[in-house]
Design a protein around this ligand. Structure first.
Ligand code: ADP
Ligand code: MG
Length: 700
């Protein structure tokens, strides 16, 4: 009944081996199915007809009905220009050709109605349209198919080898002929009815051959919904399978470590948000399913203590725990805070990073394997094969967005059965994005800052106001505060940036001379030991100013630092600016963030600066960032695969995403194995999708 869509594309009439080869190489089209999923990038709307006196000087492509009343030739420097006078009932314009004059003169009928289509220019007081597409009005009317002209993705090579948009359009028509335009329905009829979705066949037809905007919009809605629906279904299914199939370690006891710490050593009262999140984690750890949880909390919201208390639960159940951070500085900082927090608890904690000595490593390996070592903190070094735990029960990853999914799964394999996983991030991820990228994780949010924090005051200053800024810094230092001055080092290897930093350092040294002022400097080209030394001087308050690159972006905690100056702030992205600002405002004092820029600012930079000075809310900032940069950029390349959508757009279609997630959840909740006959289309599609590694290429 249905054509097998796995048929190789070579078999489609009009394709043949050469074209098939090109389609495979250039667009990854192997089968009928792939071709049908080649959705147009855009459409030329040829449903609308313009009048000549409607034309705007910035007109895009327009379509006009009129007649040609005559030709003239204009000599140019090289060759001649053929100009036709084109008229409708509202005005006159020119049609212009640089080539093919004879053919055009021979084939065009004067004073006969044509539909012309193309881009218009305004020149010497008249509109002209170079090399218009032309069709007799009579033919045009009998040819409805061209009403909304799809423009397909293409490559230079395809066009050069003659596979033009028209050719793609033709083979697409051929495909619909051969399949009779009948495609297996992939959504249950209840859903189609409830959401008033068009059928699969109708959706596909109208995405490729829409007669008008309305039909196109319906087709797009249906296909976008479907795309999101199956991604969500897969993610939620994965989560359910985790919970039912993958036995986690059940941490039954909350024992001595946790209780002692909670009663006697907690350095402050937990915020309500921290309490709630610890309860959520506690519930996961106590169930017999493996935890896979994302903990989101703005900078300074106090995730470290949550991490520690979760680890203590693991220890109470005789398991080991580890905490992995993306940079050495941050690992060291975590190590120091945990050592301090736990100093009364008699727990063995070690640090493993790229700069651990062979001797240290050997000891760590040994004590990990025999179980003496309870908590291991470190960088990627934790992932090395040599690092073997006796009994890893909980793995925590800080700043998840710096790590890929692959690294997350590598931690899994550190034990015979997977440890519980807690992923922490201070870069707030917009809800919609979190859904699509981390849909397989449960999410906890710390949405409350510890009490007594004052909102950081953020201002934007131009370079010419530098003297005032310097005076302000001096005042703050006089009050006993410390100051960060950060330079962009987008790529640690960029010599230009490096020079900026060193020049900046030299001028700060002139403005803040020794011995009155002491300055630390930290950048990516320094040895770890030197970085650490400089950091420590600042942490201890021996230096008042820290000149740094973005290496200090993540995690660094110096509560006495109250001023963050960001040089060339227009060069930083929003999330980076927000992270940097989060380095101050950690103590009780009023803190400031000063964004220094030159006068030349792009529109995006202006939006970023305006956003930063307007709000401290990380989630709001993340939404703006998502709008400015798009999802792929935000999540980094490792995760962009998930966002490599065919038709839907995480930003623009977030309502559809939300609804798709809602229905996917609802259906799986009521029928987790999709056994209900009504859900048969879902089950079949799901099974088909699971066969392919990259499911997103096969949503059909
Ligand atoms: P982040 O979420 O950015 O990792 P941290 O865990 O580093 O935040 O906490 C930031 C600072 O706030 C630390 O100095 C920490 O000791 C302090 N802190 C955390 N929770 C609380 C709380 N409930 N009350 C007071 N201070 C807290
Ligand atoms: Mg942190």
């Amino acid at each position: 009944m249905y054509t097998n869509l796995q048929t190789p594309i070579d078999y489609l009439k009009g394709v043949g081996p050469n074209r098939a080869d090109l389609l495979r190489k250039e667009l990854g089209i192997h089968t009928y199915q792939d071709l049908i999923n080649l959705f147009p990038n855009r459409y030329l709307d040829r449903t609308r007809y313009y009048k000549i006196n409607d034309l705007q000087r910035n007109s895009a492509e327009v379509q006009i009905i009129g007649v040609i009343t005559g030709f003239k030739e204009l000599p140019q420097k090289r060759g001649k220009l053929l100009v036709a006078t084109f008229k409708d009932e509202t005005g006159i314009m020119d049609l212009v050709w640089f080539r093919g004059h004879k053919w055009i003169r021979d084939s065009i009928k004067l004073n006969t109605k044509y539909v012309v289509f193309g881009k218009t220019n305004w020149f010497n007081g008249v509109f002209n349209m170079p090399h218009p597409e032309m069709e007799l009005l009579e033919d045009h009317e009998s040819n409805l198919r061209s009403a909304m002209q799809p423009i397909y993705p293409s490559t230079e090579k395809l066009t050069n080898k003659g596979i033009t948009n028209r050719v793609v359009n033709n083979i697409m028509q051929q495909l619909f002929l051969e399949t009779k335009g009948k495609f297996v329905e992939t959504l249950p009829s209840s859903l189609l009815q409830e959401l008033k979705l068009v059928s699969k066949s109708e959706g596909l037809f109208n995405i490729h051959f829409p007669k008008n905007q309305e039909l196109l919009a319906k087709a797009q809605f249906r296909l976008k919904f479907e795309e999101f629906f199956y991604i969500q279904l897969q993610l939620i299914m994965k989560n359910l399978i985790h919970k039912s199939k993958i036995k986690g370690f059940t941490f039954e006891n909350v024992g001595n470590y946790f209780n002692t710490f909670f009663k006697d050593h907690l350095p402050f009262d937990l915020t309500n948000a921290q309490k709630r999140v610890i309860k959520e984690i506690r519930a996961d750890l106590g169930s017999n399913a493996q935890m896979n949880r994302l903990l989101q909390g703005d900078v300074g919201s106090g995730k470290t203590i949550v991490a520690l208390m979760s680890m203590l639960i693991a220890l109470d159940n005789d398991f080991q725990a580890c905490l992995m951070a993306p940079t050495e500085i941050l690992s060291v900082q975590h190590y120091n805070s945990l050592i301090e927090l736990c100093n009364q608890l008699n727990i063995s904690i070690k640090l493993l990073t790229g700069s651990s000595t062979t001797l240290e490593r050997r000891e760590i390996h040994k004590s990990l394997e025999n179980g003496e070592l309870q908590i291991l903190i470190g960088t990627h070094a934790l992932l090395e094969d040599k690092v073997k735990f006796k009994n890893l029960g909980l793995a925590i990853i800080d700043e998840q967005h710096r790590f890929g999914v692959a690294q997350r799964s590598k931690l899994w394999k550190k034990n015979t059965s997977p440890p519980h996983i807690l992923v922490m991030t201070a870069t707030p991820i917009p809800r919609t994005l979190a859904m699509s990228v981390y849909g397989d994780l449960d999410i906890s949010i710390i949405d409350e800052l510890p009490p007594g924090r004052q909102a950081i005051k953020t201002v934007h200053r131009y370079d010419k106001n530098r003297l005032k800024v310097l005076a302000f810094i001096r005042d703050e230092i006089k009050k006993g505060r410390q100051v960060y001055i950060v330079y962009p080092l987008i790529q640690e290897s960029e010599t230009m940036d490096y020079k900026d930093l060193m020049d900046g350092y030299a001028s700060i040294e002139r403005d803040f001379p020794k011995p009155e002022y002491q300055i630390s400097i930290v950048h990516g080209k320094m040895k770890a030991a030197d970085k650490d030394y400089e950091m420590q001087r600042f942490v201890k308050g021996e230096t008042q100013i820290m000149v740094a690159t973005t290496v200090i972006e993540v995690g660094v905690n110096v509560p006495n630092a109250s001023v963050m100056v960001i040089e060339s702030a227009e060069r930083f992205g929003l999330s980076q600016l927000h992270q940097l600002r989060g380095r101050v405002g950690r103590g009780a004092e009023q803190s400031y963030c000063i964004l220094m820029t030159s006068h030349k600012l792009s529109n995006d930079s202006k939006v970023r600066l305006e956003t930063m000075t307007r709000t401290n809310d990380g989630f709001e900032i993340a939404e703006v960032d998502l709008r400015l940069r798009g999802p792929g950029d935000i999540m980094g390349t490792q995760q962009s695969g998930v966002l490599n959508l065919r038709i839907a757009d995480v930003v623009k279609d977030k309502d559809i995403l939300q609804s798709a997630r809602y229905y996917a959840k609802k259906i799986l909740n009521s029928d987790p194995s999709l056994a209900n006959p009504e859900h048969k289309p879902i089950l079949n599609t799901y099974k088909q999708l699971s066969k392919y590694k990259n499911i997103w290429n096969y949503i059909s």
